[in-house]
Design a protein around this ligand. Structure first.
Ligand code: FO1
Length: 322
C-alpha cells in the first residue's frame, strides 16, 4: 500500500481514523487534524480535535461522550466552580495534564506539530497525527446573536444561536504543517480521504489553509469523502441544524455540492442509496455502504471499504494522468 492522507475533525472523524490505523501501517498513513477548534482557555492551549483523535486511537477516549478521557475525575472543575471561576468548558483532571504540557511546550517555542508528535508517542501511538497547520487558525461563527468564537458557540451556547456564516481567522496567513505538506507532495500518495466530520466546521478549516485545496485538486491520487449525513441527519453534532441555517437541505446531495470540484468519490450510507444518482450527476462517483460506526469492527469495516473504493477510483485517474 502506498501513502494515504486522511483529513479529520473530532468525534465522527476519529472513529474512521481509528479504523484506518487498524488496516494501514504507520508508514502508510498521515492523519491531518482540524485545529480551527483550538482555543486558549484559563491560560491553557486546548486542541480538542487533536486530543479527541489521540485519545480515540489510544483507546483512552470516553466512548459515550466522544471527547475527553474515560474514567475521568472532575476535582479541578469542582474546585474552580467553588472559586467562582469559569466552568462552562469542562476540563477533566487527567485531560488537564495534556493541556498544561502542551501550553508549557508552546511557550518554550516548540511547534504544535512537534508537541503533538511528542504527546501521541507518549500515549503509545505510532501513526502520525498532525495538525493542519502550526500557525493559529481560529473558527468563528457569525450568528444572529453576534459573532462567537467556536467553543463559545459549540459548548457555551450548545449550538443554539442561528448561524449566518462561518469564518477561519488566521487561515490566510497559515501554512500547511510540515508533515501535511510533505504528505501532499509524496509521489506515492495513493488516496486523500475526508472523514465523516462536519464539512463546514471541521473540514473547511483544513481546506482554508492556503494551498491545500489546490494540492488536493491537482494530486494524481483520488480524493474520497465519507458523508457525515445519514438519512438527512448528522450522527452526532450540529451539522444538520447548521446546514438548514445556511439555507441548505441537510442531505447527501448538499454534501456532494459542498465537496464538488474537490472529491472524486463520496461514500453514502445504505439509508441514502436513493441519492446516489444525484451525487453522480455532479461527476462524483458514489459508493453505498454501512457508514454508522458503533463498534470497532464497524470502524475497521468502513476503513477497508473506503480504501477499496479509493483504490478502485485510482486506476482510471492514474491512466488519465498518464
Ligand atoms: N465538548 C462539550 O460539549 N463540552 C465540554 O465541556 C467539552 C470540553 C472539552 C475539553 C477538552 C476537549 O479536548 C474537548 C472538549 N469538548 C467538550 C469537545 C469539543 O468542544 C468538541 O468536540 C470539538 O471541538 C468539536 O469537534
Amino acid at each position: 500500500m502506498a501513502h494515504v492522507i486522511a483529513l479529520c475533525g473530532g468525534v465522527g472523524g476519529a472513529k474512521l481514523a481509528f479504523g484506518l490505523t487498524q488496516v494501514l501501517s504507520p508508514d502508510d498513513l498521515t492523519l491531518v487534524v482540524n485545529t480551527g477548534d483550538d482555543f486558549e482557555h484559563l491560560g491553557l492551549a486546548i486542541s480538542p480535535d487533536i486530543d479527541t483523535v489521540a485519545y480515540t486511537l489510544s483507546g483512552l477516549a470516553d466512548r459515550e461522550r466522544g471527547w475527553g478521557l474515560a474514567g475521568e475525575t472532575w476535582a479541578f472543575m469542582s474546585a474552580l466552580r467553588g472559586l467562582g471561576g469559569e466552568d462552562w468548558f469542562q476540563l477533566g483532571d487527567k485531560d488537564l495534564a495534556t493541556h498544561v504540557e502542551r501550553t508549557r511546550r508552546l511557550a518554550a517555542g516548540e511547534s504544535l506539530s512537534a508537541i503533538t508528535a511528542h504527546l501521541t508517542r507518549q500515549l503509545g501511538l505510532r501513526h502520525a497525527i498532525v495538525p493542519m497547520s502550526d500557525q493559529p487558525v481560529r473558527t468563528w461563527v457569525d450568528t444572529a446573536d453576534g459573532p462567537l468564537a467556536f467553543q463559545r458557540y459549540f459548548v457555551g451556547e450548545r449550538c443554539a444561536p442561528v448561524v449566518q456564516a462561518v469564518r477561519f481567522e488566521g487561515a490566510a496567513e497559515a501554512r500547511p504543517s510540515p508533515a501535511f505538506a510533505a504528505a501532499l507532495a509524496r509521489p506515492d500518495l495513493a488516496a486523500i480521504l475526508i472523514c465523516p466530520s462536519n464539512p463546514y466546521l471541521s473540514i473547511d478549516p483544513i481546506l482554508a489553509v492556503p494551498g491545500v485545496r489546490d494540492a488536493i485538486r491537482s494530486a494524481a491520487a483520488p480524493c474520497v469523502a465519507v458523508s457525515p449525513i445519514v438519512g438527512g441527519q448528522a450522527i452526532k453534532g450540529p451539522t444538520a441544524k447548521l446546514m438548514t441555517e445556511l439555507g441548505l437541505t441537510p442531505g447527501v446531495a448538499a454534501v456532494a455540492a459542498h465537496y464538488g470540484g474537490l472529491v472524486d468519490g463520496l461514500i453514502l450510507d445504505d439509508a441514502d442509496a436513493g441519492e446516489a444518482r444525484e451525487v453522480e450527476r455532479r461527476g462524483i462517483a458514489a459508493h453505498i455502504t454501512a457508514t454508522v460506526m458503533r463498534t470497532d469492527d464497524d470502524r475497521i469495516a468502513l476503513a477497508r471499504d473506503t480504501l477499496a473504493f479509493a483504490m478502485a477510483l485510482r486506476a482510471p485517474l492514474t491512466a488519465r494522468v498518464g
